[in-house]
Design a protein around this ligand. Structure first.
Ligand SMILES: NC(=O)c1ccc[n+]([C@@H]2O[C@H](COP(=O)([O-])OP(=O)(O)OC[C@H]3O[C@@H](n4cnc5c(N)ncnc54)[C@H](O)[C@@H]3O)[C@@H](O)[C@H]2O)c1
Length: 455
């Protein structure tokens, strides 16, 4: 049984991979935590039974102690991945690191080299390789059913409300952490995995965001909750987003499967504001939702707490008036791989709903898939027979297409067997290298040649 410590007990550190140990204590346990926020530290300690002596304010304090577990999960923010990972590896921990592994090429290579030098396993949370859709699609490609892969087309269609939450109002609103790297190192990683070779050339274009002060509608107050005259027609209204959950429920209401989910969400979307006002406490409580995206807005789980956050914090601000957001609203990337595979990838922020689209065309057939928030589909066509197989893809509710637990189990399995996880740092580096090249291409207007490296 593996034991771990968690560094950064925010959304991911608290509520993602290690919940496996709560549901299945035989899989492992968490024995220590580092988290500066006392409320988050306490809730973590309660859920995972971590004693006060093993709760620390910072990763430095935890890692200064003699090694207390087999692995460290590093789930700090994007700009705080490199130093704790290096220190954890040096302290003898295997490391599961949230993506992106680092924000530049030099730091990525420092991590890969540190893992090699210390002989520790370093894996990156590229959960989508384990998602029900991409796991099946990769099996299809590996089986030879579509022949040799020639072209890959993929897009990450970020719902307008998700973009507003994470990349306009949220932590990742500034392009110092490029959106392409932060959000789509997953997609680039999937494309690399499906292409089966390192990249040779990369080009990219991007379009700046329209969600800026210059486009703010007349008379919009700083915070939507202050009686914005445009709230009824504005898709980005923060009150509708976080108090009524209307955009989120509209997204879910478009789901065809799992059966009934779409219709349930559509009904809830209309009934929820009314039920929330019911004077019957148990009904009101049933309508509460404090998980993502509301979990990012406030840790105060009362309706007054949420209103205060919407009145005073960035989360409640008019989406056009955040001021320091500059993530692009769309970016396209073309990649030529060393084995001749060509790939194109689009990341865009104006989708009606959250979805990924993938299409892989080979010498003998085509595979086409869609991954939505909960459901997915995959069709594989054979050129010669003209037969189209619909391959069943199980629905998933972890927000990552079913990949979270499978990835975590793969990491734990690698620890048990002294093996190599599918998403090792060395393997993950290629997606990051492509993202850095794409950013350079977009800013300098050049095609970037990537050196032939051995991964
Ligand atoms: N793999 C995925 O699909 C996936 C999905 C979402 C987020 N992420 C990544 O996970 C990471 C964390 O995201 P999040 O949403 O949980 O962020 P978060 O802000 O909720 O959590 C980060 C936590 O780190 C803590 N922290 C800050 N300084 C610290 C220190 N010195 N020592 C210990 N802890 C410290 C913060 O207080 C915070 O609680 C990000 O890099 C994000 O990009 C990955």
């Amino acid at each position: 049984m593996q034991s771990g410590v968690v560094i950064g007990a925010g959304d991911r550190g608290y509520d993602a991979y290690t919940t496996l140990f709560v549901d299945d204590p035989s899989a492992g346990r968490v024995v220590g935590v580092a988290e500066p926020d006392p409320g988050r530290r306490d809730r973590f300690a309660r859920r995972y039974g971590v004693g006060g002596a093993r709760s620390f304010e910072t990763w430095q304090e935890l890692l200064d102690e003699p090694r207390m577990a087999d692995f460290a999960l590093i789930a700090t923010g994007d700009t705080q991945h490199v130093e704790p990972t290096l220190a954890a590896l040096e302290a003898g921990y295997h490391v599961l690191l949230e993506k992106p592994m680092a924000l530049d090429d030099v730091d990525c290579l420092r991590l890969v080299e540190a893992a090699d030098r210390t002989g520790r396993i370093l894996a990156v949370c590229h959960v989508y390789r384990f998602s029900n859709l991409f796991h099946r699609l990769h099996e299809v490609i590996s089986s030879g059913a579509i022949g040799d892969v020639v072209t890959i087309q993929q897009s990450e269609n970020v719902a307008y409300w998700h973009y507003a939450h994470s990349y306009v109002r949220g932590h990742t609103r500034n392009s110092r952490v490029p959106w392409l790297l932060q959000k789509s190192c997953h997609d680039l990683d999937l494309i690399v995995w499906m292409a089966g070779a390192p990249a040779a050339k990369v080009s990219s274009f991007l379009r700046p965001t329209q969600l800026t002060e210059a486009n703010a509608p007349d008379g919009a107050p700083l915070h939507c909750i202050e009686g914005c005259p445009h709230s009824a027609g504005c898709p980005y209204d923060a009150v509708s987003m976080y108090r009524d959950l209307a955009p989120l429920l509209a997204d879910v209401s478009m789901a065809r499967r799992p059966l009934g989910m779409g219709r349930g969400a559509a009904a809830l979307r209309h009934l929820r504001p009314w039920l929330q006002r019911m004077p019957v406490e148990p009904v009101r409580r049933r309508m509460e939702w404090w998980r993502w995206p509301v979990s990012a807005v406030t840790d105060d789980h009362t309706s007054q707490g949420l209103d205060t956050a919407l009145r005073t914090s960035r989360w409640g601000r008019c989406v056009y008036r955040i001021e320091d957001n500059d993530q692009p609203s769309s970016q396209v990337v073309s990649i030529s791989f060393r084995n001749g595979v060509n790939a194109s990838f689009t990341l865009q922020s104006n989708s009606h709903r959250t979805m990924r689209y993938v299409r892989v065309d080979g010498t003998r057939g085509s595979a086409i898939g869609h991954l939505y928030a909960f459901d997915a589909d995959l069709a594989v066509a054979d050129h010669k027979s003209g037969r189209v197989r619909r391959i069943p893809v199980a629905p998933a509710f972890d927000g990552h297409g079913g990949g979270e637990r499978r990835m975590f189990r793969d990491f734990l399995g690698a620890l048990e067997s002294d093996g190599t996880p599918l998403t090792s740092a060395r393997e993950s580096y290629e997606s990051h290298r492509i993202a850095f090249a794409a950013m350079r291409s977009a800013s300098e207007g050049v095609v970037v040649d990537l050196p032939d490296v051995e991964h």
